[in-house]
Ligand binder design. Structure first.
Ligand code: FES
Length: 156
């Protein structure tokens, strides 16, 4: 009988050792993964150079009046204003980097994180962003496609 109790203790101890070991590995992984991702970031999406909107992106632009697309590793907000002009600005807020969106009803670009507003040229209208959103060159082509040029232009 005492041998049986000793066996049970040994089995319970092995199980607890296993749980403790697995927890330690998981804890270490949750600490190391962000450090590794910081030191070696994932490759950025999108090609380099001028980018043409895909048919799906064009459809979304027509429907929602804006679309966010990858251009040379940056996320660019393409919008169509009330005069049907195509404008493009960096989609990353200059405050803390949240993704901005276009509010067609108010004709402003809005950052939901701290309720900042930008005009359609990327200039700050209200809120904490310290700088305007960088602008991109965007042009509608003869075949109806839209081309975004990666080189940024300074917002005035
Ligand atoms: S991150 Fe956009 S206003 Fe703060």
């Amino acid at each position: 009988m005492p041998e049986n109790t000793s066996n049970q203790k040994s089995t319970r101890r092995s199980f607890l050792d296993l749980v403790l070991g697995a927890s330690s590995v998981a804890c270490l992984g949750s600490i190391l993964y962000p450090v590794i991702r910081y030191l070696k970031p994932l490759p950025r999406a999108g090609g380099v150079g001028p980018t043409r909107l895909t048919p799906e992106e064009l459809a979304k632009l027509e429907k929602e009046h804006f679309v966010i697309v990858p251009v040379s590793g940056k996320r660019v907000l393409i919008l169509q204003n009330a005069a049907q002009e195509i404008l493009a600005v960096d989609a990353k807020c200059t405050h803390e980097g949240c993704t901005v969106q276009y509010l067609p009803g108010e004709s402003v670009i809005w950052c939901a994180c701290h309720n900042a507003r930008f005009d359609l040229d990327g200039r700050v209208l209200s809120g904490p962003p310290p700088r305007p959103l960088p602008k991109y060159a965007a042009e509608r082509q003869e075949d109806g496609g839209i081309l975004i040029v990666a080189e940024r232009r300074q917002s005035e």
